[in-house]
Design a protein around this ligand. Structure first.
Ligand SMILES: NC(=O)c1ccc[n+]([C@@H]2O[C@H](COP(=O)([O-])OP(=O)(O)OC[C@H]3O[C@@H](n4cnc5c(N)ncnc54)[C@H](OP(=O)(O)O)[C@@H]3O)[C@@H](O)[C@H]2O)c1
Length: 275
């Protein structure tokens, strides 16, 4: 990313995580700009990270990559206000906003822009996220590589070819941390109910979650096989898993993810109808 100027419009949680990650991977602070409506918040970021502050328009004028890190509700206003037409080389637009399609951005920005949509998730805050990415037809392969490098600052990336798959990514990994938090919460509460202290219950459940995820990632075996290996016939795990199956856990998970995906589609339609 040598010589590339990266501009963040919106300096909130996600922008902070990305900037931290980019600096940690050796991107010089002098090549990062950020703007925010909240000037105090922006000043804290600038002071802590030594990047430069700018206005939305200055970023639109000078950045090679413009990262739209604002809430979906203000996206139309921000995109309609900035003027990108004056620049000779149009910047790559990277939007991390949920529910805003590349078509909405195209309409609001007013030109045939190269747009990458990203769906990160909250573990990005500690550099352990995963992002789903979609590139519109105007994005070159070099720009795709650039977008991926940027998002790699907070974790790995997966590309989808069809923009509608971003709704599924939202349902799986975007909202996903909350599903695991719920499961962790439920296990922790059950452990407490059976008499363990808060401290012991938390330690057991958190480390079990981390260990299971790391084992699944590092193992060549499928998770179903890893599950079978913990499940001795007639043993304790089998009893618990049978209880989950009787409660139709798998069907419930499928219904929950489909409900999240449908809500993502509805939200995109709602944002689009603001035009
Ligand atoms: N956080 C997540 O886990 C997550 C995951 C996936 C996707 N996303 C997406 O990432 C985007 C950013 O999320 P976030 O959690 O970082 O939000 P955030 O912390 O609220 O950051 C957005 C920032 O943009 C500022 N802003 C508002 N209007 C502006 C304007 N006209 N010009 C410049 N800046 C303006 C906000 O200021 P005020 O606070 O004063 O309004 C705020 O500081 C959202 O679109 C969200 O959908 C977030």
């Amino acid at each position: 990313m040598k010589g590339v100027t990266i501009g963040f419009i919106g300096a909130g949680n996600m922008a902070n995580s990305l900037i931290r990650g980019l600096l940690a991977t050796g991107v010089p602070a002098s090549s990062i700009l950020a703007s925010d409506i909240d000037l105090e918040k922006l000043q804290v970021l600038v002071t802590n990270s030594r990047i430069s502050s700018a206005t939305n328009q200055q970023i639109a004028d000078s950045a090679d990559v413009v990262i739209l890190a604002i809430k979906p509700q203000v996206m139309e206003k921000v995109c309609s206000e900035v003027e990108l037409d004056q620049t000779s080389a149009l910047p790559l637009i990277v939007s991390i906003a949920a529910g805003i399609t590349s078509g909405h951005l195209q309409d609001w920005l007013g030109r045939q822009h190269a747009i990458v949509r990203c769906m990160p998730n909250t573990p990005a805050l500690i550099g352990k996220g995963i992002s789903g990415l979609f590139a519109n037809v105007n994005v070159s392969s070099k720009q795709k590589q650039l977008a991926e490098k940027l998002m790699n600052a907070v974790g790995p990336c997966v590309w989808v070819d069809d923009e509608s798959d971003i709704d599924t990514v939202t349902a799986v990994s975007g909202s996903g941390p909350a599903y695991f938090f719920l499961f962790i919460e439920a296990m922790r509460d059950a452990a407490r109910e059976m008499g363990l202290s808060d401290e012991t219950a938390n330690a057991l459940v958190y480390q079990t979650a981390v260990g299971a995820a790391e084992l699944a990632i590092s193992s060549e075996e499928d998770v179903a096989e890893l599950r079978r290996k913990v499940t001795s016939p007639g043993g304790t795990t089998e009893k618990a898993l049978r209880t989950f199956e009787e409660g139709r856990l798998r069907e419930l998970v499928e219904r929950a993810l489909k409900a999240a995906r449908n809500r993502s589609i509805e939200l995109a339609n709602e944002f689009g109808s603001n035009e």
